[in-house]
Design a binder for this molecule. Structure first.
Ligand code: LMR
Length: 331
């Protein structure tokens, strides 16, 4: 007599279990740049591959241009699991680890290939794990590109920057870098950088070509000096508890996808930056100043004291490991 009821209850339980199992994991991926940038494209490629390979199991929502969270709150939001993937620039982790600041040291890396070599070495890979205590797990490094200096006046020699105010990311290294030049700095979130340049709060900035072009900064900066003085790269990060809570099979698949996306982002980044440089040149709004080797050396010398200042906090071993990736060794 109870049998039909038991069968019915069993069916109900089975259906509920399937419904629970079928609930997809939602990954919100928030970032502050435009979609047509190395990071913006990487986020969209990640979404496409995840939804192709884990249909119904994982859904990815991408929020570009600081539309969900901006520089001021995105890492707190990650910690609160309000967002599950971010790719902040390496300059934005100072609050959580001093070691990652190595990437901000001026004239440390000759080019993006040197940066790439360091990121692949043991020391570079260790830094991905340097914030686990803070519930932040580094999953990969993504390139944007080398930074250029832009301003309202031509910057040919380091002394030309004296007295100007520059927009910077929240990094002590970057603050000190401009202090060496006699310039002041304002830490301004990326989403407000264009406005600050436009209304004259600051007169200059440092950005890779792709960020200058996609945020139209060239339209308010009549001079851009091709200094390649530092790198702007990203760490793709997740909330440690969230990430390791994902079932092993799915997480392994996600890690494979991240590897593929990382390869693609890093393969295409330099070309994308050069294409944006060309677009800026064609737009004719800014003069692109190329430095002679002597002028570039003068910038290097002027900014060099930053290394000594930050060696005790970053660690001499990390700086040394980063230095050895350049093809031309300098002492
Ligand atoms: C910046 O604030 O200048 C960059 O970190 C923005 C970005 O994400 O590329």
């Amino acid at each position: 007599m109870f049998k039909p009821i038991i069968t019915f209850v069993g069916l109900l339980l089975a259906l509920t279990a399937t419904a629970v199992e079928a609930e997809p994991i939602v990954i919100k991926f928030s970032h502050v740049v435009a979609e047509d940038t190395p990071k913006g494209k990487g986020a969209l490629l990640f979404k496409r591959l995840v939804e192709e390979r884990l249909p119904g199991q994982v859904t990815v929502e991408v929020y570009p241009n600081s539309t969900l969270f901006g520089d001021n709150n995105e890492l707190d939001a990650l910690n609160n699991n309000e967002v599950q993937l971010l790719a902040p620039s390496l300059a934005k982790f100072e609050k959580y680890t001093k070691q990652v600041q190595v990437f901000d040291l001026p004239f440390l890396f000759d080019d993006l290939e040197a940066v790439n070599r360091f990121q692949k070495r043991a020391k570079g890979r260790q830094l991905l794990r340097s914030m686990e205590q803070e519930n932040i797990t580094g999953l990969a490094y993504w390139h944007n590109g080398m930074k250029q200096l832009s301003a309202t006046k031509p910057l040919r020699m380091p002394t030309d920057a004296a007295g100007l105010a520059f927009r910077i990311q929240p990094s002590g290294v970057l603050e000190s870098q401009f202090a060496q030049l006699g310039a002041s700095t304002r830490k301004i979130p990326f989403g407000e950088a264009f406005g600050a340049l436009q209304n004259g709060t600051v007169q200059g900035a440092e950005n890779p070509w792709s960020n200058i072009y996609s945020k139209k900064m060239h339209t308010v900066q009549p001079y851009i000096t091709e200094t390649n003085h530092g790198v702007l790269d990203y760490m793709l990060v997740s909330n440690t508890r969230f990430w390791f809570g994902i079932p092993h099979r799915i997480r392994t698949e996600l890690e494979g996808i991240i590897e593929e996306v990382t390869y693609e982002v890093n393969r295409a980044a330099e070309e994308a930056n050069q294409a944006d440089r060309e677009r800026i040149r064609k737009a004719g709004t800014s003069e692109i100043i190329e430095l002679t080797p002597e002028q570039r050396e003068a910038w290097r010398e002027a900014m060099r004291p930053v290394w000594k200042e930050f060696e005790p906090v970053i660690g001499a071993d990390i700086i040394k490991a980063a230095q050895t990736v350049n093809r031309k060794q300098r002492h």
